[in-house]
Design a protein around this ligand. Structure first.
Ligand code: AMP
Length: 221
């Protein structure tokens, strides 16, 4: 497809909660997505609006696609945005979806409060290195951060780390792995991000989507 045939707007979403919880916002704008990403292997999905297509990317890649113009807009968690840094992105709207929190968790038999009081150096495994670094620095706790890309819960169970910094929603995953939440670092929700150049060049359709999303978010709070 040449760029001349491409729909005016490309929206980057990740599969799962963000995709599922963005659908009602699109619906409020009169837009339905034409394929179910759980059933189709397509990475570019059309919508009932010929001017809008959806691209499916990994959650951590959404800000990168939007930053470099691979997509005009995207929906991404505050956690992912902080880790990315937010360069080149306009962040007009908190969509109040995919809510969870970033927390510190340890094995149930690890005395975290005591270790902190003692001034012990903690080994912390996480995908959220920037968030963890900032949090422990502000608290004055010395940490060795170990970057992981998934299954953080395993790190304290195998002796890789004393603690993890991870997303918690219901707390069921921690409980199932005999871990306890000992600090709540920040609440997370997903935001709409927009490529700064696209906002100038495609102002009208982007403003329209922002307006509809914004009214829908307000109405559901
Ligand atoms: P839960 O068992 O409900 O506390 O969910 C925790 C698991 O789901 C962890 O593995 C998290 O990384 C993941 N998780 C929870 N909420 C989100 C979210 N909003 N976005 C992405 N992953 C999440």
């Amino acid at each position: 497809m040449s760029s001349a045939d491409r729909p005016a707007l490309t929206l980057a979403l990740s599969k799962g909660r963000i995709f599922d919880e963005t659908l009602p916002l699109l619906k409020a704008a009169g837009i339905e997505v034409l394929e179910d990403p759980e059933k189709s292997r397509k990475l570019i999905i059309g919508t009932t609006d010929p001017g809008l297509q959806v691209v499916l990317v990994r959650a951590t890649d959404v800000p990168t696609y939007v930053q470099y113009g691979g997509a005009d807009l995207g929906v991404t968690g505050k956690d992912t945005l902080i880790e990315h840094g937010g360069q080149g992105l306009y962040q007009p709207l908190d969509l109040q979806i995919a809510k969870c929190r970033v927390s510190v968790a340890v094995r149930a038999d690890f005395d975290y409060a005591f270790a902190v009081r003692q001034g012990s150096r903690l080994r912390v495994a996480t995908k959220y290195v920037a968030i963890a670094r900032e949090f422990f620095a502000a608290k004055g706790v010395h940490v060795d951060l170990i970057k992981l890309y998934g299954s953080m819960e395993l790190a304290p169970l195998t002796g890789l780390a004393d603690a993890i910094v991870d997303l918690v929603s219901t707390g069921n995953t921690l409980k199932a792995n005999n871990l306890v939440e000992v600090e709540r670092i920040m609440d997370i929700s997903s935001r709409l991000v927009v490529n700064q150049a696209a906002l100038k060049l495609k102002q009208e359709p982007i403003r329209h989507l922002i307006d509809v999303f914004s009214r829908t978010v307000e109405a559901t709070q």
